[in-house]
Design a protein around this ligand. Sequence first.
Ligand code: SF4
Length: 336
Amino acid sequence: MGEHGVSKRVKASNRKAERSRSAESVPSAKAVEPVAAAKAAKVSKPVAVSKPVAVAKPAKVSKPAKPAKVAAPVKVAGSAKPESRLAMVRRARKINRELAEVFPYAHPELDFRNPFELLVATVLSAQTTDLRVNQTTPALFAKYPTPEDLAAAVPEEVEELIRPTGFFRAKTRSIMGLAAALRDEFGGEVPGRLEDLVKLPGVGRKTAFVVLGNAFGVPGITVDTHFMRLVRRWKWTEQEDPVKIEAEIAEIFPKSEWTMLSHRVIFHGRRICHARKPACGACPITHLCPSYGEGETDPEKARKLLKYEMGGFPGQRLDPPPGYPGRPAPPLGASG
Ligand code: SF4
């Protein structure tokens, strides 16, 4: 989608959100909780009413000890009632559909040519950006193209090559250890099963799902820092543990959506819904977001917060897939 298309979507989305918020300034006395109604009578600021999180508790009173599988209901913009589980699932699926239109080109942001490269790149991406990994791996894979090559390397030479990714000694141990395990236990091939992947040094569930989803076509949900932040902002879950988040999100979406959903959510988190200052005023899904207003709502200021291709900057991949509308990232040492 071009910049113009996105901008039209944002305007339409903001109009919808605005209508929703205006509607909320005339709350129904029956539908609104007493505290909220009292607040509404005193203060007519729509923004305050549109923050639904505070009203998310009533269900806990009527259904105290139900398992963590169902997120507590929330009141989303445009609704005076706490949101039901069914409404939340519908809203979540709508967000996924709308993000699919905004980011039809969503993809893993690590450069790789085979499962081995993706596995190593994903391990290296801990505590650093995909961009820095992408700038580092060309030299690494040129020198050690196979697990056998990497397993037989001189550790100090590997350390020097991957130094820009940080924690280079520990990461060298991990990638050389996993290369040796691939050589000795899997015939030099990356296994396509979760239970095998998580036994490799430095490989957890997140890394395993990235590899399964993107190198083997096995559906998986990638719960990284962006995914965790956004699904909680959208009230899809209240969990904080990645494994529990993964389990709850898996119940909302069909398996066939898991991998692309992960890419879309992470794209949205990296470009628009940032950790510290989400660009709410330039967000195309404000009408579906209970956290609208957590970030910058002024459209002009919000637009300046957009990153990568959304802000007119290079992406993270030096070798982006066809269809990526932005510019490739610069090699290590070049300025972007
Ligand atoms: S940018 Fe703002 S409106 Fe958009 S998803 Fe994030 S919190 Fe919600």
